[in-house]
Write a protein of this length. Structure first.
Length: 235
């Protein structure tokens, strides 16, 4: 569903990505792990059109979408939940969810997806009229994921969903990521610092190091790889 070939990105004279290539098969969960500054978020931002690629290509569902404007990429069903959640702080939970559906006009479908969001994250229903900026980090992450579902994605990119969240909420959020994949058939590319958890729920994995793909294998093989265990899984 998603095929990245030789992706290159620079910030001024500094090269951030040096020919990154990866594939995300339809219906799968693929995880991208690496240290801080390895280029994980940059990879997602280039795929979703938030920053320009200097070289290489991004193919989504067989179509070249390299450097398309971000709103056009969302309209094609490729959605990006950014690091740091980026909820609309002054809007309520319900208003945030409706913002996720801004490209849609199917009222029945929007109502159905909102109900699905509340089934996934009951806490959001409890806070439906609450300003998003007053919620906890974990609740905001739930809202960011639910808001992305409202855009009716076929492929979802999640950037650090566990960042700054209480451990008991992290497991709940990851369970729902698996449910979104299984129940909705949504393909997922997951960037995550909690490598153990990310590899546990995915089928394939890539290790990114200083803007280059260092390793690519099944998630199970990466979990057993001594190099990965030492660097990312605490030995």
């Amino acid at each position: 569903m998603l095929e990245i070939e030789n992706l290159e990105v620079s910030y001024g004279s500094i090269k951030a990505l040096h020919g990154v290539s990866l594939k995300v098969p339809q219906g799968s969960i693929v995880t991208l792990i690496g240290a801080n500054g390895a280029g994980k978020s940059t990879t997602l931002r280039a795929i979703s059109g938030l920053i320009k690629a200097r070289g290489g290509s991004v193919k989504y569902d067989g179509e070249d979408v390299t450097n398309l404007p971000a709103h056009k990429i969302v309209a094609k069903g490729l959605c990006h939940v950014p690091e740091g959640r980026m909820v609309f702080a002054n809007l309520t939970v319900e208003e945030n969810l409706r913002m996720g559906a801004y490209l849609r006009n199917d009222k029945a479908g929007i109502a159905e997806d909102m109900e699905f969001s509340f089934q996934m994250f009951p806490r959001l229903k409890e806070r439906i009229h609450q300003a998003a900026g007053t919620m906890s980090g974990g609740e905001q992450q739930m809202l960011a994921i639910a808001r992305s579902i409202m855009s009716k994605p076929r492929c979802l990119m999640l950037d650090e969903p566990s960042l700054g969240i209480a451990p008991m909420l992290v497991r709940s959020i990851f369970e729902q990521i698996v449910a979104i994949n299984k129940e909705r058939g949504i393909t997922i590319l997951l960037v995550e610092q909690n490598a153990n958890l990310a590899l546990a729920i995915s089928q394939h994995g890539y290790v990114l190091e200083t803007g280059k793909i260092l390793l690519a294998d099944s998630s199970e093989a990466l979990r057993k790889n001594p190099q990965v265990r030492e660097a990312y899984l605490g030995g």
